[in-house]
Design a protein around this ligand. Structure first.
Ligand code: FMN
Length: 213
């Protein structure tokens, strides 16, 4: 039998225990519907796409998790980097009243998140929560499955995207492709906001290589 050997390298890494592990993921603004029919809006960075689904990681005590358990519709609004001040206006707010014990002292109750962030609600087409007009990409979605995570601390949501709305300036003319050279997400990087740097290259499966060459 053939054996293989691995040659290891010794690096200068140090073992650390960071309080947070936000290594740089795009920010989304989740709009959900409150019990009284008003809209809640919350920034999240634990969001990733798998096919036509978006998986969301949401703190269980917040209003967004409560809303999704009771009314499983959501708009995943995706802000561009220049919207970071509006995102940050939402950061200390919760739509949950009374403010849950775990959020007290850090978050305050705000029933009008759109007003507080100076963002404009726009009606959705297939779901009840409104879209955020300023966000260049907006995904209307249905929360299909909610799983408990972190021993009850989180809700992991599998949302099926029903309709994608895109600012026409981001779309490759005559196609359904988002032009990666025109679109840039807002990145949450260890609690700091960043945009994207210049393009480095593309994967072999890219269907839009010509727009970036
Ligand atoms: C940029 C950013 C990213 C965040 N990412 C998440 C996240 O992925 N999951 C989460 O539960 N909370 C996240 N938060 C915190 C929530 O926005 C916060 O708990 C908020 O109070 C939730 O609002 P709600 O209680 O009205 O749902 C993030 C906050 C900011 C500013």
């Amino acid at each position: 039998m053939e054996t293989s050997t691995t040659t290891f390298t010794r690096s200068e890494h140090v073992a650390i225990s960071p309080k947070i592990l936000y290594f740089g993921t795009p920010v989304v603004l989740l709009s959900t519907l409150n019990a009284d029919g008003s809209a809640n809006l919350a920034p999240m960075s634990s969001a990733w796409a798998l096919g036509q689904s978006i998986v969301l990681g949401i703190g269980a005590p917040g209003q967004t998790a409560l809303n999704l358990r009771e009314r499983p519709e959501v708009v995943i609004n995706i802000p561009s980097p220049e919207l970071w001040p509006q995102v940050e206006r939402l950061a200390p707010l919760t739509g949950r009243h009374p403010v849950p014990e775990s959020k007290r002292g850090t978050f305050r109750y705000e029933p009008d998140k759109f007003g507080a962030a100076e963002l404009r609600p726009e009606p959705s087409q297939l779901v009840s929560p409104p879209r955020v007009a300023e966000c260049p990409l907006q995904f209307e979605a249905r929360a299909e499955k909610l799983h408990e995570g972190g021993g009850g601390a989180f809700v992991i949501v599998e949302a099926t995207v029903l309709r994608v709305h895109a600012d026409p300036r981001l779309v490759v003319p005559g196609t359904d492709h988002v032009d990666p050279a025109a679109w840039s997400p807002l990145i949450y990087n260890f609690r700091h906001y960043f945009g994207l740097g210049p393009e480095l290259g593309h994967t072999f499966r890219s269907e839009t290589p010509r727009v970036t060459l």
